[in-house]
Write a protein that binds this ligand. Structure first.
Ligand code: AMP
Ligand code: GLY
Length: 423
């Protein structure tokens, strides 16, 4: 079988490495992939949002199955386009990807179907938004409606700050069209949990839970990033919480999407907050998370390609998806200055005998050298019987990876360790 994976980051590298375990796959193409994946996939220099070129490539190269990993091609309707030319895909169609593509849509869905989430109002008029804020208390959360590279969420500490954020989005076009509509929502408190789930539109099968570390610096300081590291499983996600989530969030969401004639097939990402009133949805993503995937897939014992095919053809069962009882830790190595300004083009070297999975995100090949080419450069995943063991291994092994201006957080998993020690 010929498989293509759309996207080019660490998440896609983790997907590709896991797909390689399936012996029915003869070739995996990565569009565009990155230089760090050259031993795992055939790199094709076509961008993830170049829909016409992707379809053309798929036809010419007799692709049997496509995995569409990033949000933007899903929201743009790449799965619909590929289906039209007879290519099976893992990933939701455009009308279901809107669950991530529009926060106003997802918030309204949750309200309509009683799925627990923060209280909110949606505005497409600046004056109304400002008037509403006059009667609210800070902290309060302002969200741009559309995709904004994970940056469209402002936690305002004062009402003044909230008003500035609304003006920035609605009047100054800070996030382009994504900010024409804003959601203003209640500030929730509690630990966050990421749960990725396979769903064929009938059953929803959660994968092992995980915890992201979104801030750039130790102690959750610094700017918000795409994610600086992850651990799995997330100790806040107890079996009791998992049962509540399955019954009050996961299944109701799948049923709601069916009722709206927007059946969701693929990986649905639930960003949850465990509040004192129970688990609530912070956000939905229509895809695997990055860097959650880099800890979740290494713990998956079942064959990923089989599960993806069953998700696509509507025959998924709970028994198809098995995870080991181990723990995993992923430490992201980034370029100094990320998520703001950083330099690129430094050689990446790895000492012999690296004991862990290396997932490359921002790198390119120049001759036989691998050079840094992005903010988040790579992730290293290590596993252990305990979380402590996985973390310890990670920090020992990462010393074997080098590039100029590299930085990484030194405290990935420490918050989770405190919870595990308490139990
Ligand atoms: P999102 O882009 O929706 O994942 O939001 C980014 C981050 O903002 C989340 O991971 C949370 O830490 C935080 N956040 C979003 N919504 C809320 C909320 N209603 N209350 C508190 N924190 C929030
Ligand atoms: N790690 C969060 C995301 O993928 O959106």
């Amino acid at each position: 079988m010929n498989v293509m994976v759309i996207g080019g980051g660490g998440r896609e590298h983790a997907i590709i490495k896991k797909l390689k375990e399936n012996k029915d796959i003869s070739v995996i193409y990565a569009l565009p992939g990155n230089g760090g994946m050259k031993d795992d996939a055939v790199l094709v220099p076509i961008g993830a949002t170049e829909l016409d070129k992707i379809c053309d490539f798929a036809t010419k190269n007799k692709i049997d199955f496509a995995v569409v990993a990033p949000d933007d091609p899903l929201v743009l309707g790449l799965v619909d386009r590929l289906n039209e030319i007879g290519i099976k895909c893992f990933g939701p169609k455009k009308d279901a990807a809107i669950i991530e593509g529009s926060k106003a849509f997802s918030k309204n869905l949750m309200k309509k179907y009683n799925i627990p989430t923060a209280k909110y109002e949606t505005f497409d008029n600046l004056e109304d938004a400002i008037k509403y804020l006059d009667n609210e208390k800070a902290p309060i959360v302002i969200k741009a409606d559309g995709l904004a590279l994970g940056k469209g969420v402002i936690i305002a500490k004062t009402i003044e700050e909230a008003k500035e954020a609304v003006v920035d989005m609605m009047q100054n076009g800070k996030f382009g069209k994504s900010g024409n509509t804003v959601v203003i929502e209640e500030f929730l408190e509690g630990p966050e949990v990421s749960v990725l789930a396979f769903t064929d539109g009938k059953v929803v099968v959660p994968m092992v839970s995980s915890m992201d570390h979104k801030r750039a610096l130790d102690g959750d300081n610094g700017l918000n990033t795409g994610g600086m590291g992850t651990i799995a499983p997330n100790p806040y996600y107890t079996p009791e919480i998992a049962k509540i989530c399955q019954e009050t969030i996961f299944e109701p969401t799948i049923n709601a999407m069916n009722k709206e004639n927007r059946t969701f097939k693929g990986c649905l990402y639930f960003g949850l907050m465990i509040t004192k009133d129970g688990p609530k949805v912070i956000e939905y993503n229509c895809r695997f998370g990055d860097p959650e995937t880099q800890v979740v897939l290494p713990l998956m014992e079942s064959d990923l390609f089989t599960v993806m095919q069953k998700t696509e053809n509507g025959t998924l069962t709970k028994e198809d998806v098995k995870f080991s009882n181990e723990n995993a830790c992923c430490i992201i190595m980034a370029s100094k200055g990320y998520p703001e300004k950083y330099d690129k083009g430094f050689e990446i070297t790895v000492d012999d005998g690296l004991n862990g999975e290396l997932y490359v995100a921002g790198a390119k090949l120049e001759g036989d050298k691998l050079l840094t080419n992005g903010g988040r450069v790579l992730g290293l995943t290590t596993k252990g019987k305990t979380l402590g063991e996985a973390i310890h291994k990670g920090y020992k092994e990462i010393e074997k990876i080098h590039f100029h201006n590299a930085f990484y957080r030194k405290d990935i998993g420490q918050k989770a360790m405190k919870v595990t020690e308490k139990n």
